[in-house]
Design a binder for this molecule. Structure first.
Ligand SMILES: Nc1ncnc2c1ncn2[C@@H]1O[C@H](COP(=O)(O)OP(=O)(O)OP(=O)(O)O)[C@@H](O)[C@H]1O
Length: 340
């Protein structure tokens, strides 16, 4: 438990196979479900985010990553129904914690900044929305946050409007906005999708620096396993609204135990050029929500699918230092190239 956590802070039940020595989670998600018109698109997710870690959430488009990220902030879109628990350091009142203990770096940086107010004023307003501090103190915190993300001449730039910033500086300003109140958790939803390679690395570096500077955990939503490889401590691999595999990123990527993770990995270009496999990566596409059968959602695309995979959805089970939801997990060959 963190030293300043309330004494009564409930600790959720650990996962089967979880390291009992692991620090108490900051964020605990248990059986999270999100549906639209009765169709579940996030289907019973459970995971923990620990203090100070970078937690990657990865999967193909439509896997439910964004909705999961938004559910962590109590911000699911209108029309969505959620169930299950998200506990942030013992609190279920996510709306009250938003901007204070948990904050969002959205996909679209521009949408996070108002065009009609100077950037510094927007940051200062964010400070004063959660802390009783003077205007002068809020303004100073705003400038400090801009400095932390590497905005040159921050005191002057704080008085400028978003359109006076370059694209890269705007992206940094949004990260400053998300970290100005030194939250426990920063959720970044595909923060680099629209960026070129160089700027992408820059943003990921700034996020990592902020994680260190304010001691926050980072939930990094991405469709890019390479980003996970380089920037996450642990990873949740999502498929069709469920967890395929959850565990230490290095271990999961070095030796995937879910065929879906193996397929995603195999489709990454290798560092020395062409893709690592001869067959097209992950043939087929994910099932549409509402069109799921009774078995494993990945079975129609899985080279290892057998009878139970077509009749029974697998539950996450501990294996080799992570949780894997796959009936064939023990049979996923090593190296994965052998079967792909
Ligand atoms: N407002 C909405 N109304 C109805 N369905 C929605 C809504 N938002 C998302 N969905 C559906 O929920 C599923 C998961 O969406 P989500 O945006 O979380 O996926 P994702 O993994 O983040 O994908 P992407 O990488 O494309 O953003 C998708 O099938 C999507 O069509």
């Amino acid at each position: 438990m963190k030293p300043d956590a309330p004494a009564h802070e409930p600790r959720p039940a650990p996962f089967p196979g979880e390291d009992p020595e692991a620090p108490a989670p900051l964020l605990s998600v248990r059986d999270l479900r999100v549906s639209f018109d009765g169709v579940e698109v996030v289907r019973g997710l459970s995971f923990d985010v620990r203090p100070g870690e970078a937690f990657g959430v990865v999967g193909e488009s439509g896997a439910g990553k964004s909705l999961t990220a938004r559910a962590l902030l109590g911000m699911v879109p209108r029309g969505a129904t959620t169930s299950g628990g998200v506990l942030l350091r013992g609190s279920t009142d996510l709306a009250a914690e938003r901007g204070r203990r948990i904050s969002l770096v959205p996909q679209d940086a521009l949408s996070a900044l108002s065009p009609v107010h100077p950037v510094g004023d927007q940051l200062a307003a964010a400070v004063r929305s959660v802390r009783r501090v003077s205007r002068r103190e809020a303004a100073a915190r705003a400038v400090a946050a801009l400095e932390r993300v590497g905005i040159p001449d921050a005191a002057r730039r704080a008085r400028a409007y978003p359109h006076e910033y370059s694209g890269g500086m705007r992206q940094r300003a949004v990260i400053a906005m998300a970290t100005v109140n030194e939250p426990d958790v920063v959720v970044a939803d595909e923060p680099t999708t629209a960026l070129d390679e160089e700027r992408r690395e820059q943003v990921l570096r700034v996020l990592a620096e902020q994680r260190e500077a304010v001691g926050a955990a980072l939930v990094l939503v991405t469709h890019d396993l390479d980003v996970v490889r380089r920037h996450a401590d642990r990873v949740l691999v999502m498929y069709a609204g469920r967890a395929a595999e959850t565990g230490p990123a290095g271990r999961v990527l070095a030796r995937p135990r879910a065929p879906y993770t193996a397929g995603l990995l195999a489709s990454l270009p290798s560092s020395d050029g062409p893709p690592r496999r001869r067959l097209p990566a992950l043939p087929g596409s994910p099932p549409a929500p509402g069109a799921l059968g009774t078995g494993c959602a990945f079975a129609p695309r899985c080279p290892l699918a057998a009878d139970p995979c077509r009749t029974r959805e697998p539950e996450p089970q501990p294996l080799d230092g992570r949780l894997v939801a796959c009936h064939r997990a023990a049979d996923v060959p090593d190296p994965i190239r052998e079967f792909l």
